[in-house]
Design a protein around this ligand. Sequence first.
Ligand SMILES: Nc1ncnc2c1ncn2[C@@H]1O[C@H](COP(=O)(O)OP(=O)(O)OP(=O)(O)O)[C@@H](O)[C@H]1O
Length: 298
Amino acid sequence: MSTAPVIDVDALNVSYGDFHAVKDLSFQVERGELYALLGTNGAGKTSTLEVVEGHRAASSGTVRVFGESPSDRGAVRPRTGIMLQESGFSPDLTVAETVRLIGRLSGRTDSAERVLGIVDLAGKAETRVAQLSGGEKRRLDFATAVYGRPELIFLDEPTTGLDIQSRDALWDAVEELRADGSTIVLTTHYLEEAQQRADRIGLMHHGVFRHEGTVSELTRTLPAAIQFSLPAGSPTPPMHPGPVGDGAYQIETFDLQADLKQLLDWAHAHGVELHGLSAAPTRLDDVFRAIDAEPALA
Ligand SMILES: Nc1ncnc2c1ncn2[C@@H]1O[C@H](COP(=O)(O)OP(=O)(O)OP(=O)(O)O)[C@@H](O)[C@H]1O
């Protein structure tokens, strides 16, 4: 089996007139990975994905999907499922007709009943799209993306507007596809989903990656926090904690386990009880907030 990446983006630039939306972006997505392309509003995620999906020409740079140009739709489209943020379904078609039509256009084969079963829309097969709720339309969109079990699936904000049961069902279906070897590219503003699901994350801001790596590589870029309060008259604690209000202190650390141990050893040795002790690892949200606070790179 080939070890070439499924997606290979090299020095991609996308400009709209004078506005440079994507700047020399390079990344690869390996077979079987779930790669999350995340970023602030206007970071350039959609512009990037439109090129990778073959919907937009690059201003410069090279993009390969399965080793082919994404504009070679005959080669790429049958192997690729796309769930867009806004579906363009015809309101007059039924749910089953929509799945069959999009399935036929994709060049993949499957059964409408199977994919509608995955998203719990089998009972709505003969309902017109115009009569679906917002969440049901999102589920139909997902069904068309996974029709034929494509090798590569783009999920653009897949769970927006879905209730918790539908979200769980969607992620179960994604995990099943991954077990079959499908590669997933996810964009979402629900960072906890990316934190939980992504093998790697590309975090964009103003057209460039501010970070790329696994969740733990990204969260290691910021310190974790240990917080506690001390009873009156306690000796000075180690590691120079800073006050954070209400008599509480905070230690910022890149080595949570070692520093927590040092603090607990100190408390034990001095017979001090640490009140409200908490040790919080860095979350993806924190990394996001930190990059959003930075100025744009030139
Ligand atoms: N057709 C266009 N013409 C001019 N500017 C555009 C066009 N499409 C996008 N842009 C600009 O390019 C930048 C990147 O937009 P893009 O849609 O790629 O960002 P995004 O990361 O997907 O954002 P969001 O999270 O808000 O969806 C934005 O500043 C946007 O205003």
